[in-house]
Ligand binder design. Sequence first.
Ligand code: PLP
Length: 388
Amino acid sequence: MSETAPSRTAPLRARAEIDLDALRANVRTLRALAPGAALMAVVKSDAYGHGAVRCARAAVEAGAAWLGTATPEEALALRAAGLPGRIMCWLWAPGGPWREAIEADLDVSVSGLWALREVTDAARAAGARARVQLKADTGLGRNGCQPEDWAELVTEALAAEAEGLVTVTGIWSHLACADEPGHPSIAAQLGLFREMVTHAEGRGVRPEVRHIANSPATLTLPESHFDLVRAGIALYGISPSPELGSSADLGLRPVMRLSASLALVKHVPAGHGVSYGHHYVTPGATTLGLVPVGYADGIPRHASGTGPVLVGGKWRTVAGRVAMDQFVVDLGGDEPAVGDEVVLFGAGDDNEPTAEDWAKAAGTIAYEIVTRIGTRVPRVYVNTGEQA
Ligand SMILES: *Cc1c(COP(=O)(O)O)cnc(C)c1O
């Protein structure tokens, strides 16, 4: 990823502009929605494609007290980049970098005995206490400790704490259907979470933070906020689900704007096949525009024939297949100049499509649209708040 950002006007094949003011505004909006809780900025997977270090710094500046990642490697990279404060990571596999995590002062999640044993061994070797958060599976059916196994995990965690090897800093869980308000699993998970917390506290665990809310829960479920909310997609200004409304409805500002430079404009006759497989054939004499980004850049091939772009003030649709490096749009006889900007998605304020529009076109969720944008597309940071 390019840290040496080209200027906003430099010609580029493609660019993903990342608006750090928008990100900071989203942090403030989310904090105002959960005034009794601290905010964890979830910056896993390179901040959903937006650039982890820059986004983490901006989120911390705007008041995020915690950073969260999936893998320990992601968390260690943030620490190595100089990010202070609390950093939590939760996706561990056996043999993971526990000792490095302890030495970097990370909070690590354990979902079962194998992980608790690996982290206590690492703490013994390091001669330092590990900060451990116990993860409960309250119904997601993914990571986390099953209710039947909870008492045993709590017992071993308390023993490790008594030995001076760990401090249990948190108890936490993750919701399955927070983006479907009223789904019966939500109340069931919150009820079970309270029971599992009560059990652990009754046994003597003193967690600093209890947390279960992701973005949709932060936005719609105050009773899920507890001590900390973990926001990912909302931080990037994207609605977790069309069911909750658009970004604008939720008071969020999309952070990423993806654009490319039109690489070719040419006249073709009626009946001309376009791109691999000729799934599009020009209905009449027309002009075609070549957009020099493809699935290698993260443009979904599933958006073949459906993905929207703004070029020359008009919405156009991907004509035929998205290829590895490029796709074509039918310009309907218009002749924008080569080099003109093609906007794939942005905030939507200037009539451009949004990541939510691309998600609909590709039959996926907007999370995937931004996260998959590849490393071949330079991130250009704007509204950084730094002196020019
Ligand atoms: C990714 C993730 C989040 C953030 O989810 P959003 O829906 O993007 O807010 C929160 N918690 C966990 C455990 C996650 O993996």
